[in-house]
Design a protein around this ligand. Structure first.
Ligand SMILES: [Zn+2]
Ligand SMILES: [Zn+2]
Length: 300
């Protein structure tokens, strides 16, 4: 299962009750953070996200509202006694950003492993079987959208395991899709079952690739900078989406859930934007700091 928590839902500048962009995923007690806007570490404490457990940090792009929380967050991790390495990944330009941040923080007691998605595209393996697929967003600067995938193995067949004479001591390993005792998982596992997929797409305009990548995802967390469809020209100018566009894309892609996020500071009431999104996708939900859900594998 994956616990997903919005730590910040604002754009450009923080508001008293709205931190800047950040999404926290927790799986098997380990944490992954997408974006790190100003105030992220405060939200993490407020909403129970343990920075000590953070292994991977993905930056969509290098606008300040997505990364100015990083130096403080890294220093807080150091203060917590963190010594395990942390992976920080993003589109090209990552080295210059991390060099600047290193100049601010000074030496840290843990290593930072850098991973640049060349041309904003690529995959990154995560602890366990999970992985990130990065693909280009359409924004004013190089920007990635991130698809988190947690696969699920096929059902274990004990009858087959017995028939093949596989000692029970190896069953658990084979169940977790690793070979054991000279046997391979495909000998005892059925077809792979539906896993979990979470797509984080901000800052971006709607694109055909985003629509394709969002197909049937469990959760789409999407740029909804502007509440009013009349602001569509502004959204094109600055490389963002309106709430209505987020709803339309969610409907076209057949997503299971849509959370609106990255609200313009001018949006103080989420309801009009939510209504615009629901005109296309009735299940749309307004993001807010601290909004959380635990996604579990469906039975089958
Ligand atoms: Zn932004
Ligand atoms: Zn931006």
């Amino acid at each position: 299962m994956v616990q997903v928590t919005l730590l910040g839902t604002g754009a450009t500048k923080p508001l008293p009750n709205r931190a800047l962009a950040a999404l926290w995923l927790q799986v098997n007690g380990r944490g992954l953070l997408m974006d790190c806007g100003e105030g992220t570490q405060v939200s993490a404490q407020r909403f129970g996200a343990s920075l000590y457990k953070l292994d991977t940090l993905l930056l969509t792009h290098y606008h300040g509202d997505h990364l100015f929380g990083l130096p403080g967050l890294l220093q807080s991790m150091a203060a917590l006694g963190r010594t395990d390495p942390v992976t920080v990944a993003g589109p090209p330009g990552l080295d210059a950003v991390l060099d600047a941040i290193a100049a601010l923080t000074g030496p840290l007691p843990f290593a930072i492993r850098r991973h640049t998605f060349a041309e904003g595209r690529g995959t990154l393996d995560l602890p366990g079987d999970a992985a990130i697929t990065a693909f280009p967003a359409k924004h004013r600067v190089p920007c990635c959208s991130y698809l988190y995938t947690l696969p699920r193995a096929g059902r274990f067949d004990p009858e087959r395991a017995r028939a093949l004479g596989i000692p029970m001591i190896h069953w658990r390993t084979l169940q977790s899709r690793r070979p054991a005792g000279g046997f391979t998982p495909d000998q005892v596992l059925g077809m792979a079952r539906r896993g979990l997929r979470i797509l984080y797409a901000t800052d971006t305009e709607p694109t055909d690739e985003l629509r394709r990548m969002a197909r049937d995802v469990d959760l789409l967390c999407m740029d909804a900078t502007y509440a009013d469809d009349a602001d569509t020209p502004k959204a094109r100018q600055y490389g963002h989406a309106t709430c209505g566009e987020a709803g339309a894309l969610a409907a076209e892609a057949g997503v299971r859930r849509l959370w609106l996020t990255h609200y313009s500071a001018a949006v103080t009431d989420p309801d009009p934007g939510l209504a615009a999104a629901r005109a296309h996708f009735p299940e749309a939900e307004a993001g807010y700091d601290g909004k959380t859900i635990t996604l579990t594998f469906e039975d089958s």
